[in-house]
Design a protein around this ligand. Structure first.
Ligand SMILES: C[S@@+](CC[C@H](N)C(=O)[O-])C[C@H]1O[C@@H](n2cnc3c(N)ncnc32)[C@H](O)[C@@H]1O
Length: 155
């Protein structure tokens, strides 16, 4: 069950306009961790709950291809509008069932979205799509309390 707070075109247009950019310090840290377990070069990363793609874009220089996935059609539409990278693809999809092939990615990120997601299903999907020694990075403002049940109310 998803938390559908990011659905209307007005909401997602405003989100895309005012959402801050994440810093490369975060991607550097994630990539350093990944490098220790799975040496570069990298083929494919996915960013789950990508919103309008501000973090997804930071992954693009490090992977042959990057896929941003979000449950909201309008978030995906804004991400596509703002995309100037030819190695990023945005797709509608749920964090509990990725539209991604088995053992095909080195990195799964989920940025400020894990608290909306059924994490048991997310981890099962991450396990399915990751190559051996690939990594999951959950990134958020603070350490979220993640139970096995999804949060169904907004923050
Ligand atoms: C706070 S936004 C974060 C977006 C982006 N990662 C960022 O940092 O700007 C949370 C996003 O998670 C998406 N989301 C919520 N539940 C989801 C689910 N079950 N599957 C996929 N995306 C989901 C929402 O549509 C929204 O775009």
């Amino acid at each position: 069950m998803a938390c559908r707070l990011f659905e209307s075109a007005d909401h997602t247009a405003t989100y895309a306009k005012f959402r801050f950019l994440w810093t490369t310090g975060i991607t550097d840290r994630v990539l350093t961790y990944l490098q220790e377990r799975y040496p570069a070069p990298y083929d494919h990363a996915i960013d789950v709950g990508c919103g309008s793609g501000q973090f997804t874009q930071l992954l693009a220089p490090h992977f042959k291809q990057v896929t941003g996935i979000d449950i909201s059609a309008n978030q995906i539409s804004e991400a596509i509008k703002g995309n100037d990278r030819n190695n990023i693809t945005y797709k509608m999809g749920a964090a509990e069932s990725f539209p991604i092939a088995d053992e095909s990615v080195e990195l799964v990120t989920c940025v400020q979205a894990a608290h909306f997601i059924d994490m048991d299903k997310f981890y099962a999907e991450a396990y399915r799509v990751l190559k051996p020694n690939g990594c999951v990075a959950l990134i958020s403002y603070t350490v979220p309390e993640l139970g096995s049940k999804p949060l169904t109310t907004g923050l």
